[in-house]
Design a protein around this ligand. Sequence first.
Ligand code: PEP
Length: 248
Amino acid sequence: MKRKLIAGNWKMNGSLAANEALVAQLLAEACVVSCDAALCVPAPYLAQVRALLGEDSPFSLGAQNVSQHENGAFTGDVSATMLKDFGVRYVIVGHSERRLHQGESDTHVAIKVRRALAEGITPIVCVGESLAEREGGMTELVVKRQLASVIHLNGHCISEIVVAYEPIWAIGTGKTATPQQAQDVHAVLRAQLKAASDHADRIPILYGGSMNAANAADLLAQPDIDGGLIGGASLKAPDFLTILKAAS
Ligand code: PEP
């Protein structure tokens, strides 16, 4: 069976003191974790969390965004090369919060994926529909359009990506997709990846959206759910550890 991947998305949360406490609690229990795991932290804390994790940590370091540009006059942007300098292994790309608040388009997302892959960083590509789109029967159309753009620009390299299905209506709302709702969309995404790559079976498809200690096991039991992208629950060590154990 494929190893599951659990990635925590700290979003814009944390402080030097809070990060230190959280990472210490995670590392204290890390021996029970046998899935792949990552912490996607705010850019200013990459160096701190890298140092806290140390060598041979069970947790890989992740970032939450990468510039679509290589370098130059892009004030405030952080390039894939810079992330690489800090030992970043994963980067979240196309999170719905960035699509919504920063106006990131499918094309921006596809270019960011290319930048990350060029530096050997694994992009966690987020796709997902709004509530109105789900209620309008558009879910499949929306997620396939979002993923198609990434496939189109990145060709056979997509076997190196991670996909995260994150229904927008489930993010931070406490409203989780049922295991069957999530599995149905994951199966659609798997089929789309299979049509584009001979190695689609090894592409992890994560579920994200109010995954927590109570519902993780049922979601992770679905055949096409290869792990989770965890927001709120990744900030509480006991909850995150329970999810990691469910995936192990
Ligand atoms: C996320 O931000 O990617 C996410 C899934 O958040 P939450 O788990 O809080 O819904």
